[in-house]
Design a protein. Sequence first.
Length: 144
Amino acid sequence: MRALFDTSVVIAALVESHPMHERAFPWLKQAREKQLELIVASHTLAELYAVLSTLPLKPRISSSVAWRLVKENIESVGKVVSLTPTEYSSTIKRLSDLGLIGGIIYDALIARVAQKAKVEKLLTLNTDHFRRVWQNGGNKIIMP
């Protein structure tokens, strides 16, 4: 099975104190054990680093540890899929046509990657956001 991991799920899987850790971690474990193919949007790498390195944890996750977490748990385990400039533009246009504004564009870009990669599941802690931007996603959009 090919599963796209939204940033929210990766954060929950990596941070033991996260309230959704016990639900998200088994999915990452399956990917590490090659029981499923982990897909992430290229944008997710930057978002992961930003979130991990600024989480209000004690002790704080250092920049080098944040990088290592991204590299060892995502890049070395899964496949990173990027959008072309044309795919970015058409996604923005589609959101404009739908009258959707603001940060939901990031979910729309991740949903576009899910479609491009032909995933069976898009794992997210924000299912409502993704259903707004990928109306044909149906039962592919799930919460771990």
